[in-house]
Design a protein around this ligand. Structure first.
Ligand code: ADQ
Length: 454
């Protein structure tokens, strides 16, 4: 089998030292497959100076990178428009951020067609090959590829939640988008909940024939399955057991100078619930004066989609609430909220995970959330406080689960976590670790690829 991956971004980047593969779950999972079996990775080209076709690595190539160069106007409509201002908010049930504009879908159609053409260009008719498309940026390309290659094996993995049918049907183009997805042989989601939502959408909106997890529509049969994603467990495990991480964690604890550390780590995105989490921590401080001076909340947020107004707004709101909490509660030698707006290396993140007594992971909605698994793998005896509105919550019953909109409930959970007896912490973490090991990202890729070839 040879593999063609279609994703929004290509997996390599140029640095001062030359070309290297980028860090991220998808590249970790799929590059070993491409390196072993050969193939193509199709993604958008944001820099007009880079070649459309690039063999990688240059000396002794394992696979081909195929860029689809996009103009500023195409990038605006397809990526900043349709993907980030339509599909992202609707899939996360945050429809106050939804902007429905005809120019978004028009550009999305055009760019999906260009991606499909690139795939058709790079693949041979009748070849034994799997085309694996990633995420909500490409809902129409499966249908376009299928039309030209009825015999192709096409898969799609959707990394964010698939919303309830009644939410999805808000989109004026819901049926067209579903028809595009149904060009696939196999569609994967993180959990059964999203599988059910997708099947219901096809059933009600397209009147498709449904039998168990199979959908028949327009002469094509599509299977829909749950394939929960994980992290590179071995890598995180060995990094977190490195003695130097322990030293870093210790230094970090000393710098913060508190008895207890609670951490939050996210992209700065309105779906991650960072502002609500701050309000919950504020309520915790109001209700628990005995903790003043001996608990610090360390939140890091990596800049994301900074061109969009809704992301600039959430940044201002978080800045404002952090300032207010520290203004209200800080003492001479204690800052309650330590907030960093920047990116860290995985090594640094690992030290933070290791140092924390509890992680507060409370998205308003999240497809999976792999920060959860990074914390579980790195932690020695920490408590995980987890939003029940994440994919991860379905798989991790040992977490202290909360409704992220319920600030009082989250405040109580912080206290519960800090006062949890050692035995209970250890017991819960043991369960969490054992599930996380089964969710390894290499197994995720292997399971999806063997299912699609069955
Ligand atoms: P994301 O929304 O990006 O992914 P998530 O699963 O939380 O979400 O992963 C974020 C990654 O970014 C983690 O690996 C984390 O370590 C890293 N990160 C976060 N803050 C950072 C910082 N300040 N510095 C450095 N790294 C940072 C989408 C979906 C998720 C789904 C994944 C995988 O939205 O629901 O889990 O895809 O399918």
């Amino acid at each position: 089998m040879s593999l063609t991956v279609v994703a929004n971004r290509v997996p390599i980047r140029q640095t001062d030292e030359g070309w290297e593969t980028s860090v991220g779950g998808l590249t970790t999972a799929l590059l070993p497959v491409l390196e072993e079996q050969g193939g193509v990775w199709v993604g958008m080209g944001e820099d007009p100076d880079l070649p459309e076709r690039q063999e990688y690595p240059a000396q002794d190539p394992d696979f081909l990178v195929r860029r689809v160069p996009l103009s500023t106007q195409e990038l605006d409509g397809y990526y900043y428009g349709m993907a980030n201002r339509v599909l992202w908010p609707v899939s996360h049930y945050l429809i106050q951020h939804l902007e429905l504009k005809d120019e978004f879908i028009e550009t999305y159609r055009h760019v999906n067609r260009r991606f499909a053409e690139a795939v058709l260009d790079e693949t041979e008719k009748g070849a034994e090959e799997v085309i694996w498309i990633q995420d909500y940026h490409q809902m129409l390309s499966p249908g376009l590829i299928r039309k030209e290659r009825p015999e192709a094996t096409i898969g799609h993995f959707w990394h964010i939640p698939w919303p309830a049918m009644e939410i999805f049907r808000i989109l004026p183009w819901s049926r067209e988008l579903l028809r595009g997805m149904l060009g696939c042989d196999l569609i994967g989601f993180h959990v059964e909940e999203y599988v059910d939502n997708f099947i219901e959408s096809a059933d009600v909106l397209l009147d498709a024939e449904v039998e168990g997890n199979r959908i028949r529509y327009d002469g094509q049969e599509t299977r829909v399955e749950a394939h929960p994603i994980g992290i590179d467990v071995d890598r995180f495990k060995s990094m977190s057991q490195d003695p130097s991480i322990e030293q870093e964690a210790q230094k970090f604890r000393e710098r913060l100078g508190s008895d207890h550390i609670v951490i939050g780590i996210d992209r700065l995105d309105y779906t991650k619930g960072i502002r609500s989490r701050m309000l919950a921590f504020e309520q915790f401080l109001e209700e628990n004066p005995e903790y003043h001076g001996n608990v610090s909340f360390f939140q890091i947020a990596t800049p994301s989609r900074t061109e969009l107004e809704s992301y600039q707004q959430i940044r201002r709101e978080v800045d404002e609430v952090v300032g207010r909490i520290n203004g209200r509660f800080a003492q001479e030698s204690w800052v309650p909220v330590n907030y960093r707006y920047r990116t860290y290396t995985q090594y640094e993140l690992c030290a933070f995970y290791r140092a924390a007594d509890a992680a507060l992971i409370t998205p308003l909605r999240d497809g999976m959330n792999v920060v959860t698994q990074e914390f579980i793998t790195a932690s020695r005896d920490g408590v995980l406080i987890l939003s029940e509105l994440t994919g991860a919550a379905y798989l991790l019953p040992e977490a202290v689960q909360v409704n992220p909109y319920d600030h009082g409930g989250v405040a109580d959970a912080i206290r519960t976590a800090l006062e949890m007896p050692t035995e209970e912490r250890t017991e819960r973490l043991r369960g969490l670790k054992s599930t996380t090991e089964t969710l390894d990202v290499h197994k995720w890729a292997g399971n999806f690829l063997s299912s699609i070839q069955r």
